[in-house]
Design a protein around this ligand. Structure first.
Ligand SMILES: NC(=O)c1ccc[n+]([C@@H]2O[C@H](COP(=O)([O-])OP(=O)(O)OC[C@H]3O[C@@H](n4cnc5c(N)ncnc54)[C@H](OP(=O)(O)O)[C@@H]3O)[C@@H](O)[C@H]2O)c1
Ligand SMILES: [Zn+2]
Length: 340
């Protein structure tokens, strides 16, 4: 039996360990992906630290997968071996309840399908996935370029394109990490008056290079006041990992402004009811999207030249690579490669 390398977590909070396993066979409706690259997302900490109920360990994290179809199980139509495909947070539908079909995996009561959470993800040389979860990678994108678009890319692209903001509107991106640095690029290419908000001044030159017209250092500036000077934000896309930062920035929402929460902050947000109703302001959450949204994200990125800035590590250095992402020092996504 052929063997593969897998980086797994044995139990919540345990260190990463590289193990050898048999290369799995795809079942009915499934394909086997030979993984070439897998991005490391902050949400991988859900698996690493056990912050998601019901994960069965050992589990290999990773939901930003890019590779090629290597084998297909019975009943797979419309796909062929050697096609280049991506696999993201949306890893299939349970087929019974309507939650995951609507993009809500948290309330799926049957079998939510998220790679790296419900089944083994891309910190491995091969992954088995439902064919319905695949997205075609355009020729213009390498596997390393495509991988981060499968979560960081789709989440920001899809949230912005469904936000209701129109060309010229003030759109602020709060937090410049894996998601945020792509969010700035999408906002700029969609024609928004793009504002980047982060801690400190060191990210300012890069944020401007990525398309931000303004940069607000949240450590020395009053974020809400700065946004209001620009007329108030139509949209604040909050990718930061702290609810407190979202609360502070929300004061910069203009009339009809919308705070879109994509960062999975663990502390609560506090918003005044009068502030919301006075200016018809809203707050909304946004989960990533489905496989066709992933395909749209990659197509738009190829069309407009948007790329994730990546630090690349080989699979065997996954633990170091994960720590680098969690440190906030990575510029800006960390991507694992398998050499396949
Ligand atoms: N909604 C979805 O579908 C979805 C999809 C993917 C990820 N997520 C979530 O989105 C969040 C971001 O993920 P990521 O992979 O982009 O993480 P990341 O690369 O670690 O970036 C997070 C960024 O947030 C910034 N930040 C944290 N607190 C801040 C504050 N108080 N003010 C300003 N910036 C602050 C950090 O800045 P510093 O460098 O200053 O620390 C860091 O650059 C995570 O919570 C993740 O779980 C959600
Ligand atoms: Zn993610």
């Amino acid at each position: 039996m052929a063997k593969m390398r897998v980086v797994q977590v044995a139990r919540p909070g345990a260190p990463f360990e590289m193990v050898e396993r048999e290369v799995p066979e795809p079942g009915a409706g499934q394909v086997r992906i030979k993984v070439q690259a897998c991005g490391i997302c902050h949400s991988d900490s859900l698996t690493k630290e056990g912050h998601w109920q019901g994960i069965q360990y050992p589990r290999a994290p990773g939901h930003e997968i890019a590779g090629v179809i290597d084998a297909m199980g019975p009943g797979v139509a419309g796909w062929s071996v050697n096609q280049r495909v991506g696999l993201g947070w949306h890893g299939g539908h349970c087929g019974y309840c309507n939650s995951c079909r609507r993009g809500d995996f948290l309330t799926c009561q049957v079998a939510p399908q998220v790679p790296g959470i419900s089944y083994d993800g891309g910190y491995a040389e091969y992954v088995i996935a439902p064919a319905g979860a695949l997205a075609l990678i355009p020729d213009e994108l390498s596997a390393v370029e495509a991988a981060p678009l499968m979560c960081a890319g789709i989440t920001t692209f899809n949230a912005l394109r469904n936000s209701g903001a129109r060309a010229g509107d003030v759109v602020a991106i709060l937090g410049i990490g894996g998601l945020g640095h792509l969010g700035i690029q999408y906002a700029a290419k969609m024609g928004f008056h793009t504002v980047a908000i982060a801690r400190g001044t060191d990210k300012e030159p890069l944020a401007k290079k990525l398309g931000a017209r303004h940069y607000i250092d949240s450590q020395t500036k009053d974020v809400a006041a700065e946004l209001l000077k620009l007329g108030g934000a139509k949209v604040i896309l909050a990718t930061a990992t702290q609810g407190e930062a979202m609360t502070t920035a929300s004061g910069g929402l203009g009339i009809n402004g919308k705070l879109i929460v994509v960062g999975a902050a663990s502390d609560p947000l506090e918003l005044s009811a009068l502030f919301l109703l006075g200016g018809r302001r809203t707050i909304a959450g946004w989960p990533s999207g489905t496989s066709i949204d992933s395909q749209d994200t990659m197509a738009f990125s190829a069309l407009t030249g948007i790329r994730s800035m990546n630090e690349v590590f080989p699979l065997e250095r996954a633990s170091e690579a994960y720590d680098r992402m969690m440190s906030g020092n990575a510029r800006f996504r960390v991507v694992l490669t398998t050499g396949k």
